[in-house]
Design a protein around this ligand. Structure first.
Ligand SMILES: [Zn+2]
Length: 132
């Protein structure tokens, strides 16, 4: 097992160019119409792109709706923990850069960078982006 997996993982918004590397952060969203419509829950916490909020955007920058629920985030941590366990039980080392997968609710993840301090995971929630 990896110690402190939770705190190492950084979510990178997959709705931008690779150079930008925009880190998503947890937000309280109890009254967010979007989170209610998607999750029908009032448990308000979710991870969202800072570009969702006007104060983080330039005048002409489009609003980014990419976000995932805390449940999604937990599932993602669980997936990584399981994968690492599997690797280790086969005698491998903990190296997961390049790993990609799609969650049950359709969020796409890929591990783009891994250091001793951080594991950067790019995520795109197509549903949230309303591309479909
Ligand atoms: Zn974004």
């Amino acid at each position: 097992m990896i110690k402190g997996l939770w705190s190492k993982v950084r979510l990178v918004c997959g709705n931008h160019s690779d150079e930008e590397k925009i880190i998503m952060s947890p937000h309280e969203g109890a009254n967010s119409a979007i989170s209610k419509a998607l999750y029908r829950s009032s448990s308000g916490m979710f991870y969202s792109c800072p570009k969702y909020y006007p104060e983080n955007r330039n005048e002409n920058e489009p609003c980014c709706r990419n976000h995932i629920s805390v449940k999604e985030f937990e599932d993602m941590i669980g997936y990584i923990a399981n994968t690492v366990c599997k690797y280790e039980s086969m005698g491998g080392t903990f190296e997961i850069v390049g790993l990609t997968w799609k969650s049950r609710s359709g969020v796409e993840y890929s591990v783009i960078n891994q250091t001793d301090e951080h594991i950067d995971i790019k995520c795109v929630n197509e549903k949230a982006l309303w591309k479909k």
